[in-house]
Design a protein around this ligand. Structure first.
Ligand code: HQG
Length: 179
């Protein structure tokens, strides 16, 4: 199995369905990397420790983190299972960006950005990243979020270990839509 497919599998079990292969995440999302390797193998996904390290190191979005001695692993963000990533609130830059698609705009205009299945709304620090996120669903539409103003108004922001800005919800008044 190629590394990309293993990476997708890791996202699935470390963010959404650990029970699918019988592993347990602790309250901060960490699990034992050897147990993960063994449980994956029992489910037909075979890789060794060095492949795991390679995937963590080369993941295009730095999706995963290992602890210092590489005995534990977690997903950096994107969970749907309840985990506390213990992120500290952080002052965001003036603007952040969100890549989406046309068909969601009506709903976003009325309710703002909602987190849906995920724990937070995900925002990008730059247009290039936001464009890639939007492109997953079709022709990208980039929204500009007045992040500093939002923080000033009392909405906390968090920065994940892999550079994704997270917040609970973005009310419509802080969103600038393209003309
Ligand atoms: C949209 C990937 C209607 C929102 C990426 C998005 C990212 C609304 C979709 C990360 C809405 C949710 C997250 C509203 C938001 N009405 N639609 N009120 N509010 N939406 O995938 O931000 O590969 O949960 O615009 O790179 O697209 O997983 O969020 O289109 O960092 O590592 O609802 O996922 O990273 O979709 O992507 P998602 P997202 P990974």
């Amino acid at each position: 199995m190629d590394n990309k497919r293993i990476s997708k599998f890791l996202s699935l079990v470390l963010r959404h369905e650990p029970e699918k292969i019988g592993i347990v995440l602790d309250e901060h999302g960490w699990t034992d990397s050897q147990e993960l390797i063994q449980a994956a193998a029992r489910h037909g996904v075979r890789f060794d420790q060095s492949t795991l390290l390679e995937i963590v190191r080369t993941s295009d979005k730095q999706r995963f983190a290992l602890n210092e001695d590489h005995t534990r692993i977690r997903a950096n963000q994107g969970h749907s299972v309840e985990v506390d990533l213990a992120l500290e609130p952080k002052q965001p830059p003036e603007s952040l960006y969100h890549g989406t698609v046309e068909k969601f705009l009506g709903s976003i205009r009325s309710t703002g950005l909602q987190k849906g299945e995920r724990h937070h709304v995900h925002l990008s620090p730059d247009l290039t990243t936001a464009t890639k996120v939007g492109e997953r669903r079709g022709k990208p539409v980039i929204l500009t979020i007045r992040a500093a103003a939002m923080a000033e108004a009392g909405h906390p922001f968090f920065l994940s270990e892999n550079g994704v800005w997270l917040t609970d919800a973005v009310p419509p008044e802080f969103i600038e839509f393209p003309p």
